[in-house]
Design a protein around this ligand. Structure first.
Ligand code: MTE
Length: 439
Protein backbone atom coordinates (compact mmCIF):
# COMPACT_ATOMS: atom_id res chain seq x y z
CA UNK A 1 0.00 0.00 0.00
CA UNK A 2 1.26 3.52 -0.85
CA UNK A 3 2.66 5.53 2.05
CA UNK A 4 0.02 8.06 3.00
CA UNK A 5 0.94 11.73 2.82
CA UNK A 6 1.05 12.96 6.42
CA UNK A 7 -2.04 14.91 7.30
CA UNK A 8 -3.79 14.42 3.98
CA UNK A 9 -6.86 12.34 3.67
CA UNK A 10 -6.14 9.60 1.21
CA UNK A 11 -9.74 8.66 0.82
CA UNK A 12 -12.07 11.39 -0.30
CA UNK A 13 -15.28 11.05 1.69
CA UNK A 14 -17.40 9.98 -1.24
CA UNK A 15 -15.34 7.24 -2.80
CA UNK A 16 -13.22 4.18 -2.55
CA UNK A 17 -12.02 4.50 -6.13
CA UNK A 18 -8.50 3.39 -6.96
CA UNK A 19 -6.06 6.33 -7.48
CA UNK A 20 -6.03 5.82 -11.29
CA UNK A 21 -9.83 6.00 -11.37
CA UNK A 22 -9.80 9.15 -9.22
CA UNK A 23 -7.39 10.80 -11.67
CA UNK A 24 -9.69 9.87 -14.55
CA UNK A 25 -12.77 11.15 -12.80
CA UNK A 26 -11.01 14.41 -11.92
CA UNK A 27 -9.91 14.82 -15.56
CA UNK A 28 -13.49 14.09 -16.71
CA UNK A 29 -12.32 11.15 -18.88
CA UNK A 30 -14.05 8.24 -17.25
CA UNK A 31 -16.55 6.69 -19.64
CA UNK A 32 -19.75 6.01 -17.82
CA UNK A 33 -19.01 8.44 -15.01
CA UNK A 34 -18.57 11.44 -17.32
CA UNK A 35 -22.29 11.75 -17.98
CA UNK A 36 -22.97 11.34 -14.31
CA UNK A 37 -20.57 14.12 -13.38
CA UNK A 38 -22.63 16.78 -15.08
CA UNK A 39 -25.94 15.43 -13.87
CA UNK A 40 -27.64 17.17 -10.98
CA UNK A 41 -27.66 14.06 -8.79
CA UNK A 42 -24.38 12.57 -9.86
CA UNK A 43 -24.40 9.76 -7.34
CA UNK A 44 -27.76 8.36 -8.45
CA UNK A 45 -26.90 8.64 -12.16
CA UNK A 46 -23.53 6.95 -11.62
CA UNK A 47 -25.05 4.01 -9.75
CA UNK A 48 -27.66 3.54 -12.50
CA UNK A 49 -24.95 3.73 -15.19
CA UNK A 50 -22.93 1.06 -13.38
CA UNK A 51 -25.92 -1.29 -13.51
CA UNK A 52 -26.90 -0.68 -17.15
CA UNK A 53 -23.39 -0.47 -18.65
CA UNK A 54 -21.85 -3.28 -16.69
CA UNK A 55 -19.30 -2.52 -14.00
CA UNK A 56 -16.72 -5.38 -13.96
CA UNK A 57 -16.50 -5.04 -10.17
CA UNK A 58 -20.08 -6.37 -9.93
CA UNK A 59 -20.06 -8.68 -13.00
CA UNK A 60 -16.90 -10.66 -12.23
CA UNK A 61 -17.02 -12.83 -9.16
CA UNK A 62 -13.92 -12.17 -7.07
CA UNK A 63 -11.98 -15.00 -5.44
CA UNK A 64 -13.44 -14.33 -2.01
CA UNK A 65 -16.87 -15.45 -3.21
CA UNK A 66 -15.46 -18.94 -3.96
CA UNK A 67 -12.50 -19.68 -1.68
CA UNK A 68 -12.17 -20.41 2.02
CA UNK A 69 -11.67 -17.32 4.17
CA UNK A 70 -9.47 -16.78 7.21
CA UNK A 71 -10.17 -19.01 10.23
CA UNK A 72 -11.59 -17.62 13.46
CA UNK A 73 -9.01 -16.32 15.92
CA UNK A 74 -6.55 -15.72 13.08
CA UNK A 75 -6.23 -12.51 15.05
CA UNK A 76 -6.86 -13.02 18.75
CA UNK A 77 -7.27 -9.25 19.04
CA UNK A 78 -9.07 -7.79 16.00
CA UNK A 79 -7.48 -5.15 13.79
CA UNK A 80 -8.92 -2.77 11.18
CA UNK A 81 -8.91 -3.76 7.50
CA UNK A 82 -5.59 -3.31 5.69
CA UNK A 83 -7.48 -0.93 3.39
CA UNK A 84 -7.88 1.47 6.31
CA UNK A 85 -4.19 1.73 7.13
CA UNK A 86 -3.91 5.40 6.24
CA UNK A 87 -6.22 6.33 9.10
CA UNK A 88 -3.73 6.95 11.88
CA UNK A 89 -2.94 9.19 14.79
CA UNK A 90 -0.33 11.60 13.54
CA UNK A 91 2.26 13.89 15.00
CA UNK A 92 2.74 17.22 13.31
CA UNK A 93 6.24 18.18 12.20
CA UNK A 94 5.04 21.79 11.86
CA UNK A 95 3.33 22.06 15.22
CA UNK A 96 5.15 19.90 17.73
CA UNK A 97 8.39 18.05 18.37
CA UNK A 98 7.99 14.74 16.54
CA UNK A 99 9.06 11.55 18.32
CA UNK A 100 9.15 13.29 21.72
CA UNK A 101 6.73 13.16 24.65
CA UNK A 102 4.31 15.42 22.90
CA UNK A 103 1.04 15.19 20.95
CA UNK A 104 -0.53 12.85 18.44
CA UNK A 105 -3.72 14.05 16.77
CA UNK A 106 -6.84 11.92 16.17
CA UNK A 107 -7.95 11.56 12.51
CA UNK A 108 -11.37 13.16 12.94
CA UNK A 109 -11.90 13.19 9.16
CA UNK A 110 -12.20 9.40 9.15
CA UNK A 111 -14.58 8.92 12.09
CA UNK A 112 -18.30 8.22 11.96
CA UNK A 113 -20.78 8.86 14.77
CA UNK A 114 -19.32 10.07 18.05
CA UNK A 115 -17.13 7.28 19.47
CA UNK A 116 -13.34 7.42 19.10
CA UNK A 117 -11.82 3.96 18.60
CA UNK A 118 -9.32 3.24 21.38
CA UNK A 119 -6.33 2.89 19.06
CA UNK A 120 -7.01 6.32 17.53
CA UNK A 121 -7.64 8.33 20.72
CA UNK A 122 -5.42 11.43 20.66
CA UNK A 123 -2.40 11.44 22.99
CA UNK A 124 -0.86 14.24 24.98
CA UNK A 125 1.99 13.40 27.34
CA UNK A 126 4.24 15.90 29.07
CA UNK A 127 6.84 13.29 29.96
CA UNK A 128 6.07 10.16 27.92
CA UNK A 129 3.75 7.23 28.69
CA UNK A 130 4.21 4.10 30.78
CA UNK A 131 2.57 0.69 30.80
CA UNK A 132 2.12 0.48 34.57
CA UNK A 133 1.69 -2.88 36.35
CA UNK A 134 -1.87 -2.76 37.75
CA UNK A 135 -1.01 -5.16 40.60
CA UNK A 136 1.47 -2.60 41.94
CA UNK A 137 -0.52 0.53 41.18
CA UNK A 138 -2.06 2.40 44.14
CA UNK A 139 -4.38 5.37 44.60
CA UNK A 140 -4.12 7.38 47.81
CA UNK A 141 -6.79 9.77 49.11
CA UNK A 142 -5.46 12.15 51.76
CA UNK A 143 -5.55 15.74 53.02
CA UNK A 144 -8.66 17.06 54.74
CA UNK A 145 -10.23 13.61 55.30
CA UNK A 146 -11.13 11.65 58.48
CA UNK A 147 -9.12 8.66 57.33
CA UNK A 148 -6.53 8.67 54.52
CA UNK A 149 -6.72 5.49 52.42
CA UNK A 150 -4.60 3.67 49.87
CA UNK A 151 -6.55 1.65 47.27
CA UNK A 152 -5.36 -1.20 45.07
CA UNK A 153 -6.95 -1.67 41.63
CA UNK A 154 -8.93 -4.59 43.06
CA UNK A 155 -10.22 -2.42 45.91
CA UNK A 156 -11.43 0.16 43.40
CA UNK A 157 -12.96 -2.24 40.90
CA UNK A 158 -15.23 -3.86 43.47
CA UNK A 159 -16.89 -0.51 44.30
CA UNK A 160 -20.14 0.61 42.60
CA UNK A 161 -19.16 1.74 39.09
CA UNK A 162 -20.74 3.96 36.42
CA UNK A 163 -20.29 4.07 32.61
CA UNK A 164 -20.69 7.43 30.88
CA UNK A 165 -19.91 8.88 27.47
CA UNK A 166 -17.90 12.09 27.42
CA UNK A 167 -15.59 14.06 25.16
CA UNK A 168 -12.06 14.99 26.18
CA UNK A 169 -10.47 18.03 24.52
CA UNK A 170 -7.02 19.43 25.20
CA UNK A 171 -7.18 23.13 26.11
CA UNK A 172 -4.61 23.72 23.35
CA UNK A 173 -6.81 22.20 20.64
CA UNK A 174 -7.15 24.58 17.64
CA UNK A 175 -4.40 26.70 19.24
CA UNK A 176 -2.49 27.42 16.03
CA UNK A 177 -5.45 29.30 14.56
CA UNK A 178 -4.99 32.15 17.06
CA UNK A 179 -1.97 33.40 15.16
CA UNK A 180 -3.37 33.46 11.62
CA UNK A 181 -1.90 30.04 10.91
CA UNK A 182 -4.46 28.00 9.02
CA UNK A 183 -3.15 24.45 9.45
CA UNK A 184 -4.17 22.12 6.63
CA UNK A 185 -6.46 19.40 7.97
CA UNK A 186 -9.12 18.86 10.63
CA UNK A 187 -6.81 16.25 12.15
CA UNK A 188 -4.38 19.05 13.04
CA UNK A 189 -6.89 21.85 13.70
CA UNK A 190 -9.22 19.87 15.99
CA UNK A 191 -7.62 16.44 16.55
CA UNK A 192 -6.75 16.90 20.22
CA UNK A 193 -10.31 15.75 20.81
CA UNK A 194 -11.79 12.31 21.46
CA UNK A 195 -15.01 10.85 22.84
CA UNK A 196 -15.44 7.53 24.65
CA UNK A 197 -17.53 5.61 27.12
CA UNK A 198 -15.60 5.66 30.41
CA UNK A 199 -16.18 3.25 33.28
CA UNK A 200 -15.05 3.74 36.83
CA UNK A 201 -16.06 4.68 40.35
CA UNK A 202 -17.45 8.18 41.01
CA UNK A 203 -14.86 10.22 42.91
CA UNK A 204 -17.66 11.16 45.34
CA UNK A 205 -17.83 7.50 46.50
CA UNK A 206 -14.13 7.53 47.42
CA UNK A 207 -14.29 10.95 49.09
CA UNK A 208 -17.30 9.83 51.14
CA UNK A 209 -15.54 6.65 52.15
CA UNK A 210 -12.55 8.63 53.43
CA UNK A 211 -14.82 11.11 55.24
CA UNK A 212 -13.80 14.34 53.51
CA UNK A 213 -14.05 17.51 55.58
CA UNK A 214 -17.34 19.04 54.46
CA UNK A 215 -16.63 22.38 56.15
CA UNK A 216 -13.02 23.08 55.23
CA UNK A 217 -12.69 21.02 52.04
CA UNK A 218 -13.07 23.28 48.99
CA UNK A 219 -10.76 21.75 46.36
CA UNK A 220 -9.07 18.48 45.43
CA UNK A 221 -5.66 18.02 43.88
CA UNK A 222 -5.17 15.17 41.37
CA UNK A 223 -1.66 13.80 40.86
CA UNK A 224 -0.30 11.47 38.17
CA UNK A 225 2.35 8.75 38.52
CA UNK A 226 4.51 9.86 35.56
CA UNK A 227 7.57 12.08 35.62
CA UNK A 228 5.77 15.25 34.55
CA UNK A 229 4.70 16.26 38.09
CA UNK A 230 1.24 16.63 36.63
CA UNK A 231 -1.06 18.02 39.31
CA UNK A 232 -4.31 19.89 38.85
CA UNK A 233 -6.70 21.60 41.27
CA UNK A 234 -10.40 20.77 40.84
CA UNK A 235 -13.16 22.52 42.83
CA UNK A 236 -14.75 20.12 45.34
CA UNK A 237 -18.32 20.72 44.18
CA UNK A 238 -17.30 19.54 40.70
CA UNK A 239 -15.33 16.61 42.10
CA UNK A 240 -18.50 15.51 43.91
CA UNK A 241 -20.66 16.03 40.82
CA UNK A 242 -19.68 13.95 37.80
CA UNK A 243 -15.94 13.20 38.11
CA UNK A 244 -15.01 9.53 37.66
CA UNK A 245 -11.89 7.58 38.69
CA UNK A 246 -11.88 5.47 35.52
CA UNK A 247 -10.18 2.23 34.53
CA UNK A 248 -12.04 1.44 31.31
CA UNK A 249 -12.55 3.13 27.94
CA UNK A 250 -15.00 1.84 25.34
CA UNK A 251 -15.56 -1.44 27.15
CA UNK A 252 -11.94 -2.46 27.77
CA UNK A 253 -9.25 -1.39 30.19
CA UNK A 254 -7.65 1.99 29.38
CA UNK A 255 -4.79 1.96 26.89
CA UNK A 256 -1.35 2.64 28.47
CA UNK A 257 -0.98 5.91 26.56
CA UNK A 258 -4.34 7.07 27.93
CA UNK A 259 -3.51 6.43 31.58
CA UNK A 260 -3.70 2.65 32.22
CA UNK A 261 -4.63 1.49 34.76
CA UNK A 262 -6.35 4.59 36.21
CA UNK A 263 -7.22 8.08 35.05
CA UNK A 264 -9.44 10.91 36.15
CA UNK A 265 -12.42 11.76 33.93
CA UNK A 266 -13.51 15.37 34.49
CA UNK A 267 -16.45 15.90 32.10
CA UNK A 268 -16.54 19.24 30.27
CA UNK A 269 -13.14 20.33 31.64
CA UNK A 270 -9.99 20.69 29.50
CA UNK A 271 -7.94 17.52 29.06
CA UNK A 272 -5.06 18.53 31.32
CA UNK A 273 -7.29 17.95 34.38
CA UNK A 274 -7.98 14.38 33.23
CA UNK A 275 -4.89 13.22 35.12
CA UNK A 276 -3.51 9.93 33.77
CA UNK A 277 -1.82 7.15 35.79
CA UNK A 278 -3.72 8.69 38.72
CA UNK A 279 -1.98 7.99 42.06
CA UNK A 280 -3.22 10.56 44.56
CA UNK A 281 -6.19 12.80 45.37
CA UNK A 282 -5.72 15.33 48.15
CA UNK A 283 -8.54 17.36 49.71
CA UNK A 284 -7.61 20.96 50.55
CA UNK A 285 -9.06 24.36 51.32
CA UNK A 286 -7.47 26.42 48.51
CA UNK A 287 -6.12 25.93 44.97
CA UNK A 288 -2.56 24.58 44.88
CA UNK A 289 -1.36 26.89 42.10
CA UNK A 290 0.72 24.16 40.46
CA UNK A 291 2.82 24.81 37.33
CA UNK A 292 0.14 23.32 35.05
CA UNK A 293 -2.49 25.75 36.31
CA UNK A 294 -0.68 29.04 36.89
CA UNK A 295 1.94 28.99 34.11
CA UNK A 296 0.47 26.66 31.50
CA UNK A 297 -3.14 26.39 30.30
CA UNK A 298 -3.66 30.11 31.02
CA UNK A 299 -5.01 32.67 28.54
CA UNK A 300 -2.75 35.58 27.56
CA UNK A 301 -5.14 38.53 27.17
CA UNK A 302 -4.59 41.61 24.94
CA UNK A 303 -3.61 43.74 27.98
CA UNK A 304 -0.76 41.35 28.77
CA UNK A 305 -2.43 39.78 31.82
CA UNK A 306 -2.99 36.02 32.07
CA UNK A 307 -6.40 34.54 32.79
CA UNK A 308 -6.14 31.45 35.01
CA UNK A 309 -8.51 28.56 35.77
CA UNK A 310 -10.59 28.94 32.58
CA UNK A 311 -11.01 25.20 32.51
CA UNK A 312 -14.44 24.64 30.93
CA UNK A 313 -14.32 23.75 27.23
CA UNK A 314 -16.90 26.11 25.72
CA UNK A 315 -19.38 25.13 23.01
CA UNK A 316 -17.66 24.33 19.70
CA UNK A 317 -18.20 22.45 16.45
CA UNK A 318 -16.38 21.55 13.25
CA UNK A 319 -17.30 20.05 9.89
CA UNK A 320 -15.24 16.89 9.43
CA UNK A 321 -16.58 15.87 6.00
CA UNK A 322 -15.63 17.58 3.77
CA UNK A 323 -12.64 19.19 5.48
CA UNK A 324 -9.15 20.50 4.74
CA UNK A 325 -7.01 18.27 2.51
CA UNK A 326 -9.99 16.45 1.00
CA UNK A 327 -11.35 16.91 -2.50
CA UNK A 328 -14.90 16.75 -3.77
CA UNK A 329 -14.82 14.64 -6.90
CA UNK A 330 -18.35 15.24 -8.12
CA UNK A 331 -20.85 18.04 -8.32
CA UNK A 332 -24.25 17.33 -6.87
CA UNK A 333 -25.34 15.92 -3.55
CA UNK A 334 -22.92 15.74 -0.60
CA UNK A 335 -23.67 14.75 2.96
CA UNK A 336 -21.92 17.38 5.07
CA UNK A 337 -21.13 15.95 8.48
CA UNK A 338 -19.43 17.12 11.65
CA UNK A 339 -19.27 17.10 15.41
CA UNK A 340 -20.34 19.54 18.11
CA UNK A 341 -19.77 19.61 21.87
CA UNK A 342 -20.07 21.75 24.98
CA UNK A 343 -18.34 21.51 28.33
CA UNK A 344 -21.40 23.10 29.93
CA UNK A 345 -24.01 20.53 28.91
CA UNK A 346 -25.81 19.36 25.79
CA UNK A 347 -25.55 20.65 22.25
CA UNK A 348 -28.92 22.14 21.39
CA UNK A 349 -28.54 23.12 17.75
CA UNK A 350 -25.98 23.26 14.94
CA UNK A 351 -26.38 25.61 11.96
CA UNK A 352 -24.36 25.20 8.79
CA UNK A 353 -23.46 27.85 6.21
CA UNK A 354 -22.24 27.18 2.66
CA UNK A 355 -21.48 30.83 1.85
CA UNK A 356 -19.09 31.94 4.56
CA UNK A 357 -21.73 32.84 7.14
CA UNK A 358 -24.24 34.85 5.10
CA UNK A 359 -27.01 32.22 5.23
CA UNK A 360 -27.47 29.43 7.77
CA UNK A 361 -29.48 26.20 7.77
CA UNK A 362 -30.12 24.00 10.78
CA UNK A 363 -28.44 20.59 10.59
CA UNK A 364 -29.88 17.27 11.81
CA UNK A 365 -28.47 16.13 15.16
CA UNK A 366 -28.03 12.37 15.54
CA UNK A 367 -29.54 11.10 18.77
CA UNK A 368 -29.17 10.59 21.63
CA UNK A 369 -27.54 13.93 22.37
CA UNK A 370 -25.71 13.45 25.67
CA UNK A 371 -24.32 15.93 28.16
CA UNK A 372 -20.62 16.90 27.82
CA UNK A 373 -20.38 14.47 24.93
CA UNK A 374 -19.84 14.83 21.18
CA UNK A 375 -22.95 15.17 19.03
CA UNK A 376 -22.86 14.21 15.34
CA UNK A 377 -24.63 16.48 12.86
CA UNK A 378 -25.47 15.92 9.19
CA UNK A 379 -26.95 18.10 6.47
CA UNK A 380 -27.42 17.60 2.72
CA UNK A 381 -25.73 19.99 0.27
CA UNK A 382 -26.01 20.33 -3.48
CA UNK A 383 -22.59 21.46 -4.72
CA UNK A 384 -22.93 23.27 -8.04
CA UNK A 385 -19.22 23.28 -8.69
CA UNK A 386 -18.47 26.88 -7.69
CA UNK A 387 -16.34 28.16 -4.80
CA UNK A 388 -17.95 27.86 -1.37
CA UNK A 389 -17.07 28.40 2.30
CA UNK A 390 -18.45 25.84 4.71
CA UNK A 391 -18.93 26.65 8.39
CA UNK A 392 -20.76 25.17 11.37
CA UNK A 393 -22.02 27.09 14.40
CA UNK A 394 -23.12 25.26 17.54
CA UNK A 395 -25.36 26.38 20.37
CA UNK A 396 -25.60 24.62 23.75
CA UNK A 397 -28.48 24.29 26.19
CA UNK A 398 -27.32 27.35 28.15
CA UNK A 399 -28.06 29.42 25.01
CA UNK A 400 -24.34 30.11 24.35
CA UNK A 401 -23.51 30.40 20.64
CA UNK A 402 -20.10 29.46 19.20
CA UNK A 403 -18.34 32.73 18.21
CA UNK A 404 -16.76 33.76 14.92
CA UNK A 405 -12.96 33.91 14.96
CA UNK A 406 -13.15 37.69 14.62
CA UNK A 407 -15.46 37.99 17.65
CA UNK A 408 -13.17 35.80 19.74
CA UNK A 409 -10.08 37.78 18.72
CA UNK A 410 -11.80 41.06 19.68
CA UNK A 411 -11.99 39.85 23.28
CA UNK A 412 -8.98 37.57 23.54
CA UNK A 413 -6.46 39.08 21.11
CA UNK A 414 -4.28 36.82 18.99
CA UNK A 415 -1.53 35.78 21.40
CA UNK A 416 -3.36 32.99 23.21
CA UNK A 417 -2.56 29.33 22.82
CA UNK A 418 -5.52 27.86 24.66
CA UNK A 419 -9.31 27.75 24.48
CA UNK A 420 -10.03 28.62 20.87
CA UNK A 421 -13.64 27.59 20.17
CA UNK A 422 -14.18 29.79 17.09
CA UNK A 423 -16.20 28.80 14.04
CA UNK A 424 -14.01 26.91 11.55
CA UNK A 425 -14.15 27.76 7.83
CA UNK A 426 -13.36 25.30 5.02
CA UNK A 427 -13.04 26.72 1.52
CA UNK A 428 -14.15 24.54 -1.40
CA UNK A 429 -12.41 25.60 -4.63
CA UNK A 430 -13.86 25.04 -8.12
CA UNK A 431 -11.47 22.08 -8.41
CA UNK A 432 -13.25 20.56 -5.41
CA UNK A 433 -10.16 20.93 -3.22
CA UNK A 434 -10.93 21.83 0.37
CA UNK A 435 -8.62 24.05 2.41
CA UNK A 436 -8.53 25.89 5.73
CA UNK A 437 -9.28 29.61 5.51
CA UNK A 438 -9.79 32.26 8.17
CA UNK A 439 -12.71 34.58 7.44
N1 MTE B 1 -1.72 13.18 33.08
C1 MTE B 1 -0.43 12.91 33.35
N2 MTE B 1 -0.15 12.22 34.45
N3 MTE B 1 0.57 13.33 32.53
C2 MTE B 1 0.31 14.04 31.39
O1 MTE B 1 1.23 14.39 30.66
N4 MTE B 1 -1.43 15.13 30.01
C3 MTE B 1 -2.68 15.84 30.17
C4 MTE B 1 -3.79 14.90 30.64
N5 MTE B 1 -3.35 14.11 31.72
C5 MTE B 1 -1.04 14.36 31.10
C6 MTE B 1 -2.05 13.88 31.98
C7 MTE B 1 -3.13 16.53 28.98
S1 MTE B 1 -2.39 18.01 28.66
C8 MTE B 1 -4.17 16.08 28.23
S2 MTE B 1 -4.79 17.02 26.97
C9 MTE B 1 -4.77 14.77 28.46
O2 MTE B 1 -4.15 14.08 29.55
C10 MTE B 1 -4.63 13.93 27.21
O3 MTE B 1 -5.17 12.66 27.43
P1 MTE B 1 -4.93 11.51 26.35
O4 MTE B 1 -3.45 11.38 26.15
O5 MTE B 1 -5.58 10.31 26.91
O6 MTE B 1 -5.61 11.97 25.10
Amino acid sequence: MATPTPGRVQRAPENFLAPADIAEVAAGRRGFLRAALVAASAGVAATAARASQGDPAILNLPEHTRGLGQPVAARAYGLPSKHEESLQRRESPGLTRVGAASVSFAPLQGFFGIITPNGLHFERHHQGWWDIDPTRHRLMINGLVKEARVYTMDDLMRLPSVSRMHFIECGANTGMEWGNVAVPTVQYTHGMLSCCEFTGVPLSVLLDECGFDKKRGKFVLAEGADGSSMTRTIPLDRALDDVIVAWAMNGEMLRPENGYPLRLVVPGIQGVSWVKWLRRIEVGDKPWGSKDEVLHYVDLMPDGLHRQYTSIQECKSVITTPSGGQQLLQKGFHNVSGIAWSGRGKVKRVDVSFDGGKNWQTARLETPVLTKCLARFNIGWEWKGGPAILQSRAMDDTGYVQPKLRQLREVRGARSIYHNNAIQSWKVAESGEVSNVQV
